[in-house]
Design a protein around this ligand. Sequence first.
Ligand code: NAD
Length: 515
Amino acid sequence: MFPAYKHEAFTDFTVEENRKAMEEALKQVKATFGKHYNLLVGSEQITTEEKIVSINPSNKEEVIGSVSKANQEIAEKAIETAYQAFQTWQYTDPVERANILVRAAAIVRRRKYEFSATLVAEAGKPWKEADADIAEGIDFMEYYARQMIELKQGKNVQSRPGEHNRYFYIPTGVAVTIPPWNFAFAIMVGTTVAPLVTGNTVLLKPASTTPVVAAKFVEVLQKAGIPEGVINFIPGSGAEVGDYLVDHPKTSLITFTGSRDVGTRLYSRAAKVQQNQNHLKRVIVEMGGKDTVIVDKDADIDIAVDAIVTSAFGFSGQKCSAGSRAVIHDDVYDEVLDKVVKRTNELTVGEPTTKDIYMGPVIDQAAYDKITDYIEIGKQEGRLVAGGEGDDSKGYFIKPTIIADVDVEARIMQEEIFGPVVAFAKAKDFDHALEIANNSEYGLTGAVITNNRAHINKATMEFHVGNLYFNRNCTGAIVGYQPFGGFKMSGTDSKAGGPDYLALHMQAKTVSESF
Ligand code: NAD
């Protein structure tokens, strides 16, 4: 029915035509700055007095747009609407549901530059990162659409003479989608369309720093033919609306990606059975990381340097997969550190108005303050060898920062900073490096740079992370190629973009007929 799944190609901005298209899109998006986006409940567009205002993190004076802000009354109405829509959507042919995703993917692909430009403005993403974020969102739609078609028949079970058995999947009900701002398109799209294509109806509460790109995506879903009430757009405060949705007896699936603190809180709230609730809630929570790049003594040093710099500073370290710890074998520590410092000092930081800016701003004042506080802590805990400064006069810019000779128990080795800061620690041998890498409450991603086959085998078994990479960076998982999710306090390991993901949004039904 559809061609086989293949991931969306990245845009090459060194090609003149592509560069110009992006410049044009940036201009077009700028012309829409300040626009207001309504809530969507069923087919009703709702404008509220209170608004969430989205600003450009590169230039705090610049308002990207605003969205109306839901309160509990609107949330209640949205839940009821989604609940009613579920009564028919759950029986819609999965192929029809999949087709909506494929059409939405086609619309976004046609408007790819515009969506990338929106992320440059709203999330401060450098061009390459914005383009990859949009490509990943397209991938989620294309991948889950195909997977749903495969799953629609259910799975084989045995039948006997006089007895016919079937095993197939049905949806759970009303899903609450709470995505983070850092993959403001990709994760928002993935965690919205997975419940939709599996037959659930969705209440989407976007991250408050990046609601505009989410509002635009909801419009795309409408254009692609999503029936009314199946997707509801209700931006709002976590404390007021978030908790209300999570606690409500009529919601049945919570899909959250974000910080450990909020995730664990939602996990326990969703476990509580409320009055008039007649089901247990499914909960997917994907949380933080403290990810390590290990460099063995027998390693290609250029690959190691590249892996550390890319993992630590891509999108200013604001990825759950960011390599914020570099653990280096004693024999090559000085060489690797020197080369990483040199490369880091060459990175360009600024407003991502051209393809040549490697690092843009961090997302907001709170992030800026938190990261610069950690840099001060780092200066006490180790030796500052690169960066160490920020400037928040116009936007939230922080230089890529390296703290060397850090103790493995130091705070900057243990806590998620979520900014452009990497801590270097020495390991006396490979076993010691693995021990340091595993010494974290998180278990999301990791990379090992080594040419030693025995060490590759050992790390494969013992490096306890959901996504492990050899001889490359620890960021940049691709949908359908590297299913993504972490162990320990990194979350429920749902493996987004993988073969088991959709099943988490459904329940299996066994039907046995005797005749
Ligand atoms: P966050 O926890 O602050 O917010 C995540 C979402 O939760 C946002 O939409 C926010 O509005 C909402 N929220 C906050 N309080 C809420 C409440 N009480 N009820 C309901 N919703 C509430 O996280 P963030 O700053 O947006 O994202 C960064 C974090 O996300 C980092 O820790 C990062 O590692 C993690 N992350 C993890 C993955 C993964 O796949 N494991 C991917 C991306 C980001």
